[in-house]
Design a protein around this ligand. Structure first.
Ligand SMILES: NC(=O)C1=CN([C@@H]2O[C@H](COP(=O)(O)OP(=O)(O)OC[C@H]3O[C@@H](n4cnc5c(N)ncnc54)[C@H](OP(=O)(O)O)[C@@H]3O)[C@@H](O)[C@H]2O)C=CC1
Ligand SMILES: O=C(CO)COP(=O)(O)O
Length: 346
């Protein structure tokens, strides 16, 4: 699976994760073109060799070059897409004619359309071969070269994996092959919502038992929703599902967790979200996820609770009381571990 001469890779989005991925990719000496929206950020990265607003303290490899011009990426064989989920469609419109491998690294569901990121990319860049890279990956750790493993779900199966894995794998960055694109996407999108809920538990000082309960029941929601959407349950117990859920639900390094913690401490969602430059995807995904679950008759009480909380409809304490007051029921029902329906599990 040798790649031959090192190809240039494109990365769209120069937030923390896009910049960390660029740094990881450039660690073997290859050129990485990092697209940023703002000309000032492009100039600052190229001049100072650091992305101060989003990934401070990381000296960027000399082969990373920032650009404001998406056309520069249009002829490359591999481009990673790392914009916030709600902006992916708009940004990708500038790359509509691209026909190489497009690796989607954002975690979320598009509000309004209920589209997963692969659906957005398929509609906007129809000639691209899509893959999804997702897993437990705090940007600052990847940028520092700490060991990390991810799911790389390839829509074109093993042929695409043979092409992509030598481009993306590094000694401390291990992709694992999957064909389950929707499963990898759902794990990343849903865990952000559940991380907000776990932050609330922390903010309200409800204890570690409550947090573990939320992770367990949240994972059941993730699997129920994922399986209904066509994902494999095994994917949702792997790196991009349970792995990422555990990471984000147990660390104040998570933006979603810290948002939830501040909400649990009594902050208003409107004020907390209005103030931030970095993205907490769970706040945008929760309402659309809860709506999709409702339409399909899938019980997702934790996602519903987060949707209410980020809309400032209900205070955090009242939401916890509602969850605790739910009727008692079977954890696993008649050999069907994650059967759907409000009346069966919830
Ligand atoms: N950070 C992490 O550890 C990880 C993040 N992810 C995912 O990666 C995605 C990107 O997150 P991350 O890199 O952390 O982002 P950050 O929170 O670090 O930065 C926000 C980014 O959003 C961009 N942005 C804001 N508004 C717009 C807009 N209207 N159009 C296009 N871009 C816009 C900003 O660009 P500008 O400066 O031009 O405003 C900036 O690049 C998310 O889906 C996240 O869930 C996945 C794994 C790990
Ligand atoms: O997705 C992430 C880690 O895998 C980052 O999580 P946060 O967006 O909550 O910081």
């Amino acid at each position: 699976m040798s790649e031959g001469p090192l190809s240039t890779v494109g990365v769209i989005g120069a937030g923390a994760w896009g910049t960390a991925l660029a740094q990881m990719l450039a660690s073997d000496g290859r050129t990485v073109l990092l697209w940023a929206r703002e000309a000032e950020l492009v100039a600052a990265i190229n001049a100072d060799r650091v992305n101060t607003p989003y990934l401070p303290g990381i000296a960027l490899h000399p082969t990373i070059r920032a650009t404001n011009d998406l056309d520069e990426l249009s002829g490359l064989a591999t481009v990673l897409v790392v914009t916030p989920a709600q902006h992916m469609g708009t940004v990708l419109a500038g790359l509509a004619g691209f026909s190489g491998d497009l690796v989607l690294c954002s975690k979320g569901i598009e509000a309004g359309t209920e589209r997963m990121m692969a659906d957005v990319a398929r509609a906007v860049v129809p000639g691209a071969a899509l893959a999804v890279l997702s897993g437990p990956t705090f940007a600052h750790e990847v940028a520092a070269g700490l060991p990390t493993a991810v799911t790389l779900a390839c829509s074109d199966g093993e042929t695409q994996w043979q092409r992509l894995s030598p481009v993306i794998a590094r000694p401390a960055f291990r992709p694992y092959f999957s064909r389950d694109v929707i499963g990898a996407e759902i794990g990343g999108a849903v865990k952000n919502v559940l991380a907000v809920a776990c932050g609330v538990v922390e903010g309200l000082r409800l204890g570690q038992n409550a947090r573990a309960a939320l992770i367990g029941r949240g994972h059941a929601e993730m699997v129920r929703f994922g399986v209904a959407m066509g994902a494999q349950a095994e994917t949702l117990s792997g790196l991009s599902g349970l792995g990422d859920l555990v990471l984000t639900c147990t660390s104040t390094a998570s933006r979603n967790f810290t948002l939830g913690k501040a909400l649990g401490e009594g902050g208003s969602a409107a004020a907390l979200l209005g103030d931030r430059r970095t993205v907490a995807e769970g706040a945008f995904t929760a309402p659309v996820l809860a709506g999709m679950a409702r339409e399909r008759g899938i019980a997702m009480p934790i996602a519903e609770a987060v949707a209410a909380l980020v809309s400032d409809r209900v205070p955090a304490r009242a939401i916890v009381d509602t969850l605790l007051a739910r009727p008692l029921r079977a954890e696993v029902e008649a050999g069907v571990p994650y059967a759907g329906g409000e009346d069966s599990l919830g």
